[in-house]
Ligand binder design. Structure first.
Ligand code: NAP
Length: 310
């Protein structure tokens, strides 16, 4: 690419939101460039079975779904850069997007960088990450074959982690800070039907135990303050996500948690910069809703660029 070339549209992110925006804008002749990230595909790359994406009555694997979306975008000549964005400059137009090796200029941008797993915030948890502490059962379950593990959290993600781990581990204990789950009933039922899954209610992890690798956890019952120790070898944290917006600080209005502040539908605080997906979605966070937002952002960009031409 020549330094002077200005892209009509750069899409940052390659999960369902970014790729759907790419399919629509490519079909709309905007010739989008997707900065896909080093770990392209987003959270679905870490998901085994997707049973709630319409059009797949038997379900579909997360990575396969993302591969198909990408192939669909490529069919309409979407271009991809397999790098992370390091910084952006939205103060003047054309906008500037810096990756590891390129400085890209663009008339419009769609931010679709999604969200990443949150951690409990314990120093013992950080020290033992990769040594028994994980946030991805799909990635790490095989390391815990025949072992006893816990999953922390009570949402859909925790159920999915427990379900996946139950196939490989001797036992999975779900530790939740309340006495009822947030997860959708179908996933709760699925996990409760597994004979090797147990539940510990009203409890939080106070400390992850172990020197070189995890050997147990210290749990506190939040109602009785009773402390117990559980001998386990794996801790899977599934307590939600935070938006991937670090590179946008000072460039766009973000709320206190880092979510993009919505101005109008898919418009951010900077005209010409749009968003789609979990990067601004605190509530729904589904692959389908992200894809839907990708469509809305694509249509809004088309209208914005049309108006620019005058
Ligand atoms: P979530 O729905 O926000 O649930 C987070 C869970 O972690 C809650 O149960 C919460 O407890 C608990 N939690 C939060 N902070 C904690 C802390 N510091 N210590 C202990 N526990 C803590 O997040 P999620 O499960 O990651 O799901 C995010 C979104 O993705 C949801 O919209 C979900 O539907 C979607 N998703 C869907 C699927 C699927 O298969 N359909 C799979 C994964 C995710 P409280 O309940 O007490 O707040």
């Amino acid at each position: 690419m020549k330094d002077t070339q200005v892209e009509k549209l750069v899409i940052i992110g390659s999960g369902p939101a970014g790729l759907t925006a790419a399919i629509y804008t490519a079909r709309g002749n905007l010739n989008p460039l997707v900065v896909a990230g080093r770990e392209a595909g987003g959270q679905l790359m870490l998901t085994t079975d997707v049973d709630d994406f319409p059009g797949f009555p038997e379900g579909i694997g997360g990575p396969e779904l993302m591969m198909r979306m990408r192939q669909q975008a490529e069919r309409f000549d979407t271009r991809f850069v397999a790098e992370d964005v390091l910084s952006v400059d939205f103060r003047q137009k054309p906008f500037t997007i810096k990756t590891e090796t390129q400085e890209i200029k663009a008339d419009s941008v769609i931010i679709a960088t999604g969200a990443s797993a949150m951690w409990l915030g314990l120093s013992s948890e950080q020290r033992l990450r990769g040594k028994g502490v994980s946030a991805c059962a799909v990635c790490d379950a095989l390391f815990f074959k025949g072992k006893n593990v816990i999953v922390v959290g009570g949402g859909d993600a925790a159920m999915r982690e427990a379900q996946h781990l139950s196939k490989h581990c001797k036992s999975v204990t779900l530790v939740h800070r309340r006495d009822s789950l947030r997860a959708q009933p179908a996933l709760q039922d699925l996990v409760k039907s597994k004979p090797n899954v147990k539940f510990i209610w009203d409890s939080i992890v106070e400390e992850v135990l172990g020197e070189e690798k995890v050997t147990g956890v210290k749990l506190k019952n939040v109602k009785t303050s009773e402390m117990t120790t559980l001998d386990i070898e794996g801790v899977f944290v599934a307590i939600g996500h935070k938006p991937n917006t670090g590179f946008l600080k000072g460039q766009l209005e973000l709320d206190e948690k880092g979510y993009i502040i919505v101005r109008d539908e898919t418009q951010t605080s900077v005209q010409g910069v749009f968003f789609a997906g979990d990067v601004a979605d605190k509530r729904y966070k589904q692959a389908v809703t992200a894809a839907g937002m990708g469509t809305k952002a694509a249509l809004d960009v088309e209208e914005y660029l049309e108006n620019l031409k005058g």
